[in-house]
Design a protein around this ligand. Structure first.
Ligand code: PEP
Ligand code: MN
Length: 346
């Protein structure tokens, strides 16, 4: 249920509504818009509540949100959410590009890649130190030494970093290094991890689960938002279908769906979304054309030698090609790549 306050309602009126809701044993989440304040009511809603709240001073409307997810819904937060990472804004007019290797492998590999992606116009460096792996026999990341390499490369090259946290026990450690904490697809429904990560107050990127519906994904987002952390980004990374030609099926249609039903920014990951390097550029362009707020792509100095996900990694040359094509698509949909000269002109 959401309570829409009248335009210009006073702090006292807002406070009165919050008190009334809380005295009924329910929780509130306040969304302060430019014109109006919206108060989200979470908990066991009882039938008389709507009438009760409608009578209070300053209340314009009380709307029952039909969807099970509330805080992530557009109804609760009509304006787009933007997530700030340094001087980068995710979810605004700009397209944000996150690029880097699947996993941090060595000092040379991460420095070379960071320099190359930065020179080509990437805004954020990606790289896993703790890697989820379907097989326990595959490379599972360097762990803490990998995080230390990320910290050094961040300082020297000057790119913020996004990296995955896989377990509640590692949240504090990873949060000390990461600018954005990534929740991987396999952990989308690890609810205790979602809550721990949210409590750090840092920006979080929540990847869609391998077989998650939109509703399941947004309910997972709800776990983070309900902890009071609104710095949340969603990431479509392909879903499992009957098709075996690709690793996953990149669900481009979910991008405008999320934009319609939620206020959260959405990033597209065509590397995991397809599993094949030659599909990454077309799917990245399609995602931005469909309204994605950014892309996450895997880039490696030598994809054929990569310890993880080489088949879906772009070479430096391919990444440069992607960046130049992306600028045109962004422009066609009235946007530009963050930090690009095209943005400075517009
Ligand atoms: C990743 O981005 O490195 C990753 C493991 O992705 P996903 O969780 O989408 O499989
Ligand atoms: Mn990967």
């Amino acid at each position: 249920m959401i309570v829409v306050m009248k335009v210009g309602s006073s702090d006292k009126e807002i406070e009165g509504v919050i008190k009334r809701i809380e005295s009924a044993g329910l929780k509130t989440h306040v969304s302060q818009g430019v014109e109006r304040t919206i108060i989200g009511v979470v908990g066991q809603i009882f039938p008389e509540l709507q009438d009760m709240l409608e009578m209070l001073h300053g209340v314009d409307e009380v709307i029952r949100v039909s969807k099970p997810y509330k805080l992530s819904s557009r109804e609760f937060h009509p304006l787009d959410t933007t997530v700030k990472v340094g001087d980068i804004t995710i979810g605004g007019k700009e397209i944000v590009v996150m690029a880097g290797p699947c996993a941090v492998e060595s000092e040379q590999q991460i420095f070379e890649t960071a320099n190359a992606v930065k020179a080509a116009g990437a805004n954020i460096l990606r790289g896993g130190a703790f890697k989820p792996s379907t097989s326990p026999y595959q490379f599972r990341g360097l762990g803490e030494p990998g995080l230390e390499l990320l910290a050094r490369v961040k300082k020297d090259v000057g790119l913020p970093v996004i990296t995955e946290v896989m377990s509640t026990g590692d949240v504090e450690l990873v949060a000390a290094y990461a600018d954005i904490l990534q929740i991987g697809a396999r952990n989308m429904q690890n609810f205790s991890l979602l809550e721990e990560v949210a409590k750090t107050g840092k920006p979080v990127m929540l990847k869609r689960g391998l077989s998650a519906t939109v509703q399941e994904w947004l309910l997972a987002a709800e776990y983070i938002l309900a902890q009071g952390n609104g710095q949340l980004i969603l990431c479509e990374r392909g879903i499992r279908t009957f098709e075996t030609y690709t690793r996953n099926t990149m669900d481009i249609s979910v991008i405008p769906i999320i934009e319609k039903v939620s206020h959260l920014p959405i990033i597209a990951d065509p590397s995991h979304g397809t599993g094949k390097w030659y599909l990454v550029i077309p799917m990245a362009l399609a995602a931005v054309a469909a309204g994605a707020d950014g892309i996450m792509v895997e880039v490696h100095p030598h994809p054929d030698l990569a310890l993880k996900d080489g088949a879906q990694s772009l070479t430096f040359t391919n990444f440069q090609q992607l960046m130049s094509q992306l600028e045109h698509v962004a422009k066609a949909v009235g946007r530009h790549i963050a930090g690009s000269s095209a943005g400075a002109k517009s």
